[in-house]
Write a protein that binds this ligand. Structure first.
Ligand code: UFG
Length: 336
């Protein structure tokens, strides 16, 4: 069997998926340019799994270097985690987002084509649904109007993948629409630690908990939800990573095609519920105040996860308590 190429394998979701791939007996090759990650993550992946892998430091936009990876390794499938993912940043840096996410993915797909590698797993996002009548998102809903350049890049790439398959039906493509990944590997060796002031809720809570930031501001408590704070579908990053293994297995055992799955728990959790669970489970103070709404936030959205259960035999198994405990364990013991 060939190797699995993991782009962005030193990043948050890439590193957790690399661990699960190695644990499931796969041989992997990681590429990363460390634009939003650190080399020590690679050492920590090895520590957790007690397994080794080949690594190339490169930007996936660098076609020449990327081709070398395909020359030197028998690649069987590619999992792409090399996209930028900060919604707010994408508004101020649209060109960087289109260039890295869309052009990068095009270079990658074109290189795959050149080397006859036609199994691809793409990290998409619930953001592609935009605003729908129902807040429970189902795969068959049409993609919505993008709410940020980041969302546009995900919508564009989904479209590109569908067009690619239409033109050449020898591809096997999985599009995984993530909801809100949080948590960390239970070893505490890998997790999410964004540079600067975090945009996302859990990284912000983590920084307040370790007293790097003074307090959390909850963006609005007058939404149309039971406690007035927004509700999202938070899922543990290890569950999400296992979803990629299942998607890869699905591609290997199925006919050619484009397979689309929501990866979420199906349970909406409010900002207040998440913060209060974090405080309770970890027995630690997280001072917070209620502030103004943040532009662009929706009252709530969550996954209909039935399709992934039926076709991938995947369900999120970790609880909200697990997510909060592992997030704290990582940040409290962090040595990188
Ligand atoms: N929130 C706060 N305070 C903070 C940060 C966030 O109250 O300091 C609230 C937000 O208002 C929102 C909730 O916490 O109600 C979750 O916010 P995140 O920024 O963590 O996540 P989003 O749901 O806004 O964004 C996520 C992913 C994006 C994706 C988007 C839509 O991070 O990649 O869902 O699918 F595009």
């Amino acid at each position: 069997m060939g190797k699995i190429l993991v782009t962005g394998g030193a990043g948050y979701i890439g590193s957790h998926t690399a661990v699960e791939l190695l644990n499931s007996g796969r041989e992997i090759v990681i590429i990363d340019n460390f634009s939003n990650s650190k080399p020590i993550v690679l050492e920590n992946i090895k520590k957790i799994t007690n397994k080794d892998f080949k690594f190339y430091e490169l930007d996936y936009l660098d076609r020449e270097k990327l081709e070398k990876v395909f020359e030197e390794n028998k690649i069987e499938a590619v999992l792409n985690f090399a996209g930028f993912k900060a919604v707010g940043e994408s508004v101020t840096k649209p060109l960087e987002y289109y260039y890295n996410n869309v052009s990068g993915c095009l270079v990658l797909l074109d290189t795959m084509k050149k080397y006859g590698v036609k199994k691809f797993v793409f990290s998409s996002s619930a953001t592609i649904y935009g605003i729908q009548k129902s807040t429970k998102y189902v795969e068959k809903m049409k993609r919505g109007i993008p709410t940020s350049p980041y969302a546009s890049t995900k919508i564009m790439i989904e479209q590109i993948l569908e067009d690619l398959y239409k033109a050449d039906n020898s591809w096997k493509i999985a599009i995984l629409r993530y909801f809100n990944p949080v948590g960390a590997h239970e070893s505490g060796l890998i997790g999410e630690n964004p540079k600067g002031i975090p945009n996302n809720l859990m990284p912000f809570i983590q920084k307040v908990a370790i007293k790097e930031l003074k307090e959390l501001t909850i963006f609005g408590d007058d939404y149309n939800t039971p406690d007035g704070t927004c509700r999202r579908d938070y899922l543990h990053v290890v569950d999400l990573s296992i979803g990629h293994i299942k998607a890869l297995e699905k591609l290997e055992s199925s006919e050619n095609g484009v397979y689309i799955y929501n990866l979420g728990t199906g349970t909406p959790i409010s900002v207040l519920e998440l913060v209060n669970t974090f405080i309770k489970v970890n027995n630690i103070d997280v001072p917070y105040k209620i502030g103004k709404r943040r532009d662009g936030d929706l009252d709530e959205f969550y996954a209909e996860p039935k399709k992934a259960k039926e076709e991938l035999n995947w369900v999120a198994t970790k609880t909200l308590e697990d997510m909060c405990r592992d997030s704290w364990n990582y940040i409290a013991s962090k040595k990188d």
